[in-house]
Design a protein around this ligand. Structure first.
Ligand SMILES: Nc1nc2c(ncn2[C@@H]2O[C@H](COP(=O)(O)OP(=O)(O)OP(=O)(O)O)[C@@H](O)[C@H]2O)c(=O)[nH]1
Ligand SMILES: C[S@@+](CC[C@H](N)C(=O)[O-])C[C@H]1O[C@@H](n2cnc3c(N)ncnc32)[C@H](O)[C@@H]1O
Ligand code: SF4
Ligand code: SF4
Length: 323
């Protein structure tokens, strides 16, 4: 099992498969792609070797992310490859939803267990303004479709933005009252590129948490491979509300995840400036050297990010490593 110096165990791999994205989310890639090349993206066989080594070291869940992972033409094969690796129990995807309606069935048939879709506003104009794409209705249809075809877990991610969705809690609550879906608010994180935007738009999730508790929402228990969200349920609501609050105390204490970028770099944390190139260890089916490297590398994982000191490491934006 991959275990770090603080006895944290890593059962969850976040694997980015591309840095490319077709959206222009104002907190992430406001000017669109700053990388227009697919050169150097991990190939299917490199992904297979990578995930095999992680699985032998105790990884049970792989979340495929990006950039926008659905822009990879071989995404369905990537899902099937990850799902077929002994030890991998759950294959999940984080997507902007652009290809959900078209491809969700193929992904589900390839073994996709879970999909998280970014929806920053339930108002079509605001959604357009924040993401640069006038596609809210399409993406909501895609979410309905993904649930209807039997993808076991479908969730929504909403970045909390002072200007755009700070006052929209009643709309989001109404949405989850009628839909059996978990909607998670993510506190906006400062990255290398978004300092000014962060200053203007960051909002703590604490007041939403207080409102939920005051209205009788109850914290759900977590599985070992779950991400950092605190998810709450209420008997009068079909869905759940979650909060991802990286600025809160002890957020990193139970970190269970590691990241590999689409170019095969190991990131021990979302916000670090040191990453290690794994590519040379992905050229052979012998997992042993890669497993040994990972076991050593994980000892260098810091206890926590340093966001409170405005330090984002070398992370310019989250499309670079998949959030
Ligand atoms: N700071 C920090 N933020 C994270 C971490 N993991 C997830 N997030 C934030 O939460 C966002 C949404 O995460 P998802 O890709 O939906 O994955 P998840 O929350 O692990 O999802 P589940 O597997 O459903 O629990 C990420 O893009 C990040 O913005 C983390 O380890 N550290
Ligand atoms: C980087 S995206 C990659 C996957 C896909 N393109 C998507 O948007 O779901 C993953 C998640 O990170 C979130 N995200 C991006 N930049 C962020 C930031 N600076 N702070 C908080 N969340 C951010 C997005 O809203 C999205 O839910
Ligand atoms: S958050 Fe996702 S969809 Fe939006 S620009 Fe970043 S990578 Fe693209
Ligand atoms: S910020 Fe780093 S240490 Fe903290 S939860 Fe995220 S990946 Fe883990």
């Amino acid at each position: 099992m991959l275990t770090d110096a603080y006895a944290r165990r890593f059962s969850y791999l976040r694997l980015s498969v591309t840095e490319i994205c077709n959206f222009r989310c104002s907190y992430c890639l406001p000017d669109g792609n700053d990388c227009d090349s697919r050169a150097g993206e991990l190939t299917l066989s490199e992904i297979k070797r990578l995930v095999t080594a992680f699985a032998k070291l105790g990884t049970r869940k792989v979340r495929i992310t990006g950039g926008e992972p659905s822009l990879r033409k071989d995404l369905t094969e990537i899902i099937a490859t990850c799902k077929a690796i002994p030890g991998i129990e759950k294959v999940a995807l984080t997507t902007n939803g652009y290809r959900l309606k078209r491809d969700a069935l193929a992904w589900q048939q390839a073994g996709l267990d879970a999909v998280n879709v970014s929806v920053d506003s339930l108002d079509a104009d605001t959604f357009h303004l924040v993401t640069g794409q006038d596609k809210l209705a399409d993406i909501l249809d895609g979410i309905t479709h993904a649930k209807a075809i039997g993808i076991k877990q479908v969730k929504i991610n909403t970045v909390l933005l002072k200007q755009h969705n700070a006052l929209a809690l009643p709309d989001f609550l109404k949405f989850v009252q009628q839909q059996a879906i978990a909607l998670r608010f993510i506190e906006l994180m400062r990255t290398g590129d978004n300092a000014g935007f962060y200053q203007r738009q960051h909002l703590s999730g604490a007041s939403i948490q207080q409102q939920l508790l005051a209205q009788g929402w109850q914290l759900n228990t977590k599985a070992n491979t779950d991400g950092p969200a605190l998810e709450y349920s209420h008997p009068a609501y079909q869905g759940q509300i979650g909060l991802i609050m990286p600025y809160s105390k002890d957020f990193c204490a139970d970190c269970n995840r590691l990241r590999v970028s689409s170019k095969g770099q190991l990131y021990l944390c979302l916000f670090t400036d040191s990453h290690q190139d794994l590519r040379r260890l992905l050229q052979s089916d012998n997992s042993a050297p890669l497993m040994h490297f990972l076991q050593q590398a994980v000892q260098g994982k810091a206890f926590s990010h340093q966001l409170a000191a405005d330090y984002s490491g070398s992370t310019r934006h989250l499309a670079q490593i998949g959030g």
